[in-house]
Design a protein. Structure first.
Length: 150
């Protein structure tokens, strides 16, 4: 779905997290970032993916990675998701799809014979200089950290 590729500059973004604080790509300058896009808080696949990153968060930090999740859910819903599952990282609320569109992850999906617009589960690994080093389009929700660290 996305046309972004490894070696390209990551699109800049800015939005509110669960605490209604503004977060931007610039906040991660000098750090590696796992930027993961997922369809919806508190759904089985998204919970499995987020909990996999939570369970391996210390390992990701030791490897120099920060983690930021993005969906079209509200800041309130993100806060509830974080509280319910004890997530140690922030979630960006992109209700107007600005970030989703910039990264090319919003678009036509098919499920059980129906077509609809939604978020394509995709993870971007971004280096210290804001360059995409990897695009993971076929996310394994229960083994996501292993996909990132390879």
């Amino acid at each position: 779905m996305t046309t972004l590729k490894a070696g390209e500059k990551a699109p800049d973004f800015s939005g509110l997290n669960e605490k209604e604080e503004t977060i931007s790509l610039n906040d991660f300058k000098g750090k590696k970032l796992v930027l993961y896009f997922y369809p919806k808080d508190m759904t089985p696949g998204c919970t499995a993916q987020s909990c996999n990153l939570r369970d391996n968060y210390d390992m990701l930090l030791k490897q120099g990675y920060e983690v930021l999740g993005v969906s079209a859910d509200s800041t309130k819903r993100h806060l509830k998701f974080i509280d319910n599952y004890d997530l140690p990282f922030s979630l960006l609320a992109d209700e107007d799809h600005t970030v989703l569109n910039a990264y090319g992850v919003w678009g036509l999906k098919k499920f059980m014979g129906k077509e609809y617009d939604g978020i394509h589960r995709t993870t971007f690994v971004i280096d210290e200089n804001g360059i995409i080093t990897e695009v993971i389009g076929k996310v394994k929700t229960k083994e996501h950290t292993e996909q990132i660290l390879g």
